[in-house]
Design a binder for this molecule. Sequence first.
Ligand SMILES: Cc1cc2nc3c(=O)[nH]c(=O)nc-3n(C[C@H](O)[C@H](O)[C@H](O)COP(=O)(O)OP(=O)(O)OC[C@H]3O[C@@H](n4cnc5c(N)ncnc54)[C@H](O)[C@@H]3O)c2cc1C
Length: 388
Amino acid sequence: MYGLSEEDRQIQARARGFADELIPFEDEAERSGGELPADVTAGHAKRARELGLHATNMPRDLGGGGCTSLQQVLVQEQMGRVTNALGWVAATPPSWLPAVATPGQIERYVRPAIAGEREECYAITEEGAGSDVDAIEATARRDGDDYLLNGVKWHVTSYNTADFAFFQARLAGGPHRGEHAMFLVDLPSPGVEVVRTPAYSHTISHHHPIVAFTDVRVPAANLVGAEGDGMAFAYEWFRFERLMVAARCLGAAERLTAEMTAFAAARRAGGRPVSEHGLVAGMLADSLTELFAARAMTYETARAIDRGADVKVSHAQCSMAKLYASEMAGRVADRAVQVFGGRGYMRENVAERFFRELRVERIWEGTSEIQRMIIARQMTKRGPALLA
Ligand SMILES: Cc1cc2nc3c(=O)[nH]c(=O)nc-3n(C[C@H](O)[C@H](O)[C@H](O)COP(=O)(O)OP(=O)(O)OC[C@H]3O[C@@H](n4cnc5c(N)ncnc54)[C@H](O)[C@@H]3O)c2cc1C
């Protein structure tokens, strides 16, 4: 099914087996605020690398997997079957970076990220700039051979485990004054401080603190690409991440559908399995049907990228895949809680965990509303070519 090649099936099976190894750790992670013992997490990360599931999106000549977009989707789909972000050990470093990085940046950031020795985080969103990234107020001011960075960033995911941050700012002077630029900031660095670490709905070991950057001095060699390039990187990364969000939502929906179906077949009420009650059967059928549609859409979007589709068309298709798959997974999680009844409201139940965890898939990497605006804008410009 889905016309997968032998190579596709092999990496899919490896990822599925690894996800099945991680699933037994979910309950412990949930009970301990998302944290597993450090040696256990390190073991999972090592295993992901050994299985070729880490950095699948990075070029082979730098040590990455060099996988097709479809294969990357297949891997992330399986990681999406696991709750509590335990699948994040199969990480996807910034695939847009090698093309624009200097040789020094390749050695200091790209290769170590691919090898699993260094981890990045993204400091882009601000209190007054989320959907509208262009509204950021953080500044970068050239000072001799350095830049001085200032700004307060919100929701900096994985800051607690990261070794360096991508910091997006507005240039405060020079020929590109007012334009965006992206910088690499080593962590820790003087002037970088956590303001606070809010609690979020999910229970994962990765924090999303508010981080203040105050007169942080970085060498000009830490500028990524050229002054004024900042937004271009963000768009490229959004395309990739939106497709991977869609992939992980497929995995979550598959797990939920399988688990709620097994439960509904086993649990008897009114003298028969609850799966035979029409109202429950409808929830199972709708979930599987929507999963099928989302999977076909996501795989085809990945295939189009592998065929070298027009980048604007792919941009809209990635938005469609993210929009549909994330909303589909949210509906499936809601039904799963319902099918499990009171058990579905217990944190030890996969449906309860996904019910909370999947909510953010409709918010980060561009909200559902933003995806709809992107799709509608491209539809107006290109018409049916979007689906060609
Ligand atoms: C758990 C988590 C982790 C995150 N991790 C990171 C990270 O690592 N790095 C990072 O930089 N950011 C991160 N973010 C930020 C995330 O990308 C933003 O939250 C998201 O883009 C939405 O921006 P916002 O929160 O400012 O919402 P707002 O922009 O304030 O939106 C509020 C509401 O208005 C709607 N809206 C806004 N503009 C429009 C429009 N033009 N048309 C229609 N509706 C609109 C939105 O859809 C939403 O419903 C994270 C967020 C969360 C929750």
